[in-house]
Write a protein that binds this ligand. Sequence first.
Ligand code: NAP
Length: 244
Amino acid sequence: MQNKYALVTGGSRGIGRAVCLKLAQMGYGILVNYKGNKEAAEETATLAKDAGVAAEAICFDVANRDEVKSVLGGWMESNKGKVIEVLVNNAGIRKDTLLPMMSDDQWDTVLNTSLQGMYNVTRQVITAMAMNRYGRIINMVSLSGLKGMPGQVNYSAAKAGMIGATKALAQEIARRNITVNAIAPGFIKTDMTADLDEKELINMIPSKRFGTAEEVADLAGFLVSKNAGYITGQVISINGGLYS
Ligand code: NAP
């Protein structure tokens, strides 16, 4: 499987890192995308290599279309023997505030990272994946995109947009043996949730705890596996029973 790669956007930390390591264990070469945290991305790549696969950190801002084209497009151009068989659109940010207080920047950056980022990266790899007639795409969405969360109009909109795109693309591309699914985590212990009051929030989670990045990665691993070939266009929740 040495020429088969998985690209994980936002693979340097948190859920993305755990997904990189899971897919490395499954034998995929790993492209660890990151925006600014080179040290963390290289650490993820080293951990992936420990599983016996090729891995490299690749820096581009998923929200920057030109950068995606030049950096990711450049990698594809200079690695013609390698195929990106798996794409995990995981990069995402939160900038929570009530709508009357929301700045244009808070709206734009959250939408541009999750929703536009998904478009920019998927658009770059989809043709080669379709020509290869096999692929797996996973979009990391959120409970917030399913039910809407106050204080997260920007984030809920971005993730709900990704859910719509997941369902549409799944139907476009199913005949090429490419599945497109979304994973909707609830509260997962990462840097993104480090500022939240975990003790208070677990009261509303039936499992009475935050999930781990590894638990999300296990689900991603299943969706990537050959066994999940008939699952497409779905949003799979992983939230400890939190109402969705
Ligand atoms: P995290 O720990 O904050 O990590 C975010 C990752 O995204 C980092 O690798 C970061 O790269 C990367 N990133 C951010 N903006 C980027 C950009 N413009 N271009 C490329 N990479 C970018 O987040 P997480 O908790 O693992 O979340 C991962 C995904 O799961 C996100 O889409 C998030 O919305 C979703 N999610 C998380 C939770 C949760 O409870 N944690 C719940 C539901 C959904 P750098 O290291 O370079 O900064």
